[in-house]
Design a protein around this ligand. Structure first.
Ligand code: CP
Length: 305
């Protein structure tokens, strides 16, 4: 594929090829004298900065649209026009946008590789690659019991990770308030792939079985009634006391940013893996960019995502 739009397009072989390349890339980085276009229509710290760092560590550079307010989007320029213009300035594009489906739509207007860096409540597939890298480093990807907790309805990192995990021998437990369960479309895909899935409203009963717990932010802004938010939010907060019931080698992950769903006192415990996870964004995105650019050049080495 020329573009990376959704995790459903990634086979096990694609994933393992990126992760293998990421594991060795820091020691022997390939040279990619390329320009990466950064198009972020929504705020970002990790995704934008790690793609920026990844391109520069490969020997290339980046051009950045900046914020919506400082770009010609403010004057009413469409997404289709924006990407058609910026593809003339860059060899690959990274796009984050508040609308689900925006990356897929934009990809139809460009010939350079385009990576979906988050489309509304849709998908965030490059996050999934660094999540899987982190899981592989800390627990391996075979015979795995994974809990995914928080806002499963609107969480794009969750949708992509759940889909990619169907390539591996992973039992998936989804923990959320009823109002924030997985959307029907994601559930359908998991069913089609024969995924081993269970849903829970409480963490307590399932926590002792988990090898990985992936926590996401309960998005306060989604609740019509703040009391409803406060009632559920407390149930999904991880503290050192919560982890007493977990395996000692639980891999505790979070795509970040967190608000208060993981207490800061947890950060020093051996299970806390979320900062390592964020740091893995650089080697994984270096590997991804290297492969996408190699493909776009007509290179033949390695599999393509
Ligand atoms: N995990 C993630 O996508 O973080 P940012 O929103 O800061 O990019």
């Amino acid at each position: 594929h020329d573009h990376l739009i959704t995790a459903t397009q990634l086979s096990r072989d694609d994933i393992e090829t990126v992760l293998d390349r990421a594991a060795e890339i820091a020691d022997d980085p390939p040279e990619r004298d390329a320009v990466l276009g950064l198009l972020f229509f929504e705020p970002s710290t990790r995704t934008k900065m790690s793609f920026d760092a990844a391109m520069k560590r490969l020997g290339g550079t980046t051009v950045d649209m900046g914020s919506v307010d400082s770009s010609s989007v403010k004057k009413g320029e469409t997404l289709a026009d924006t990407v058609r213009v910026v593809e003339g300035y860059a060899d690959a594009l990274v796009l984050r946008h508040p609308s689900e489906g925006a990356a897929e739509m934009a990809s139809r207007f460009v010939d350079v590789p385009l990576v979906n860096a988050g489309d509304g409540a849709g998908q965030h597939p490059s996050q999934t690659l660094l999540d899987l890298y982190t899981i592989r480093e800390n627990a391996g990807l075979d015979d795995l019991t994974v809990g995914i907790m928080g806002d499963l309805k609107y969480g794009r990192t969750v949708h992509s990770l759940a889909s990619a995990l169907t390539n591996f021998d992973a039992r998936q437990h989804f923990i959320s308030p009823e109002s924030l369960q997985l959307p029907r479309s994601v559930r359908f895909d998991l069913h089609q792939e024969g995924a081993q899935v269970r849903e829970h409203t409480d963490l307590e009963a399932i926590l002792p079985e988990l090898d990985v717990l992936y926590v996401t932010r309960i998005q306060r802004e989604r609740f019509p009634d703040d009391n409803e938010y406060r009632a559920v939010a407390g149930q999904y907060r991880i503290t050192p006391e919560t982890l007493e019931a977990a395996k000692e080698d639980l891999v505790l992950m979070h795509p970040l940013p967190r608000v208060d769903e993981i207490a800061p006192e947890v950060d020093d415990l051996p299970q806390a893996t979320y900062f390592e996870q964020a740091h893995n964004g650089v080697p994984v995105r270096m590997a991804l960019l290297d492969m996408l650019l190699e493909n776009a050049d007509g290179g033949t080495g390695g599999a393509s995502p």
